[in-house]
Structure formats: structure tokens, C-alpha cells
Design a protein around this ligand. Structure first.
Ligand code: NI
Length: 139
């Protein structure tokens, strides 16, 4: 474990009060844990701005099960991008709609290229890409 260092921060009372309410609602046990998470999130966002940064993404796609050839196209895309596709999960939502969650791992620019292709396929009704920077993790 890395060494711990203590810091002191001066904050406006009202700002601190609002922060305390927020972290209480979110279930944080203390301010330190909440501040650590905020710093990690901020560093992660900055890392994701680099096209060559290592990352992992969950691509959520809700699509029309009956759209001509869409399932096949998605499968082909995952096979052609095997290096980036870690896993995928398929859920039958109802008679018409399916949810596919594709996990991609690689450089930010490669993930973005593949996820853009997936989300723009005809028949995809809803999509969201959640990217996390890996830093030194996941080698
Ligand atoms: Ni299905």
C-alpha cells in the first residue's frame, strides 16, 4: 500500500454543508473516502482525453430484435474486433427489443472507433458507452 499523506483544506461553510449532505445521501462513510473518489474520477476523466490511454468500456445497446441482420452484424463486428472485445451479454427485453452489453478493452481511440460503429448500426434504438481509464491496471 502506498504511503498516506494528510492534507488540510479550507472550505466555505455552505459548500462543505452541501458536500456533506451529498456524500451522506450517496452512502460515503466519511469525507476522506468521498474526496478520494472525486480525485480518482477527475484523474480518470483526464486520462480518457488521451487517445492512446488504456481503457475498458461497457457499450450498452438496446436494439430492435427484428431489424434486418442487426444481430449478425453485431456478432461479426465483435469477431472482427476480437482484440478489443472482452465479453458480451445479451438480454431479451421483450418481443421486439434486446439489450446487448459489449465490453471492450484497448486504447481509447480503438474503443471509440468500435463503439461508434456499434452505436450507429441501423436498428439500435438506445446506446450508452461507459469508459473507464485503466492506468497501470489490466495489463
Ligand atoms: Ni434477444
Amino acid at each position: 500500500m502506498s504511503q498516506l499523506e494528510r492534507i488540510g483544506v479550507s472550505l466555505d461553510k455552505n459548500l462543505l454543508s452541501r458536500f456533506d449532505m451529498l456524500i451522506t445521501d450517496q452512502g460515503y462513510p466519511n469525507r476522506s473516502e468521498a474526496i478520494r473518489d472525486l480525485i480518482r474520477r477527475c484523474l480518470c476523466e483526464q486520462e480518457l482525453e488521451k487517445p492512446t490511454a488504456k481503457a475498458i468500456a461497457g457499450v450498452f445497446l438496446v436494439y430492435d430484435h427484428h431489424a434486418a441482420g442487426l444481430s449478425k452484424k453485431m456478432l461479426e463486428m465483435q469477431h472482427h474486433n476480437l482484440l478489443q472485445t472482452v465479453s458480451s451479454l445479451h438480454v431479451h427485453l421483450d418481443h421486439e427489443n434486446c439489450l446487448e452489453i459489449v465490453v471492450l478493452k484497448g486504447k481509447v481511440k480503438d474503443i471509440t472507433r468500435v463503439s461508434d460503429k456499434l452505436t450507429s448500426l441501423k436498428g439500435v434504438k438506445l446506446s450508452r458507452v461507459n469508459l473507464l481509464a485503466l492506468g497501470d491496471k489490466g495489463d
